[in-house]
Design a binder for this molecule. Structure first.
Ligand SMILES: [Zn+2]
Length: 121
């Protein structure tokens, strides 16, 4: 996966909202995360238990992100934490979606029949 995909994942799935207000230091997300977004504490890396990240990324984050740990699976997603070397901003980047087996076999069925044309004599 190249950088454009990574950036897209960051912007679409990971960026804290502009109007984001921490509620007791927790952020409601679709998936559980070990990242705590706060500007009340200094950025810390306690991976895999916990990562304290600034609530907002900076210009440095797009050139100085490093991978934390190894890729992990949760539900139907494979993801990896990336953390900025400079400011400590951390995101969970979706690397790929694990295909739904039912969906895949349905798709195979559709593709298999889609190209069967009755050729007129
Ligand atoms: Zn940064």
């Amino acid at each position: 996966m190249g950088w454009p995909g990574v950036l897209r994942a960051i912007w679409e799935n990971q960026m804290p909202r502009k109007d984001f207000t921490p509620l007791g230091g927790r952020m409601e997300r679709t998936m559980a995360t070990i990242v705590e977004y706060t500007d009340q504490k200094a950025p810390q890396n306690f991976y895999p238990e916990r990562i304290v990240s600034p609530p907002h990324s900076g210009p440095c984050c797009f050139s100085d992100m490093e991978e934390i740990g190894t890729s992990q699976e949760e539900g139907r997603w494979v993801y990896q934490y990336k953390r900025c070397r400079k400011c400590g901003f951390t995101v969970r980047v979706i690397l790929r979606e694990i295909p739904d087996e039912t969906l895949v076999s349905d798709l195979r069925q559709i593709l298999a029949t889609a190209f069967q044309r009755n050729v007129p004599d």
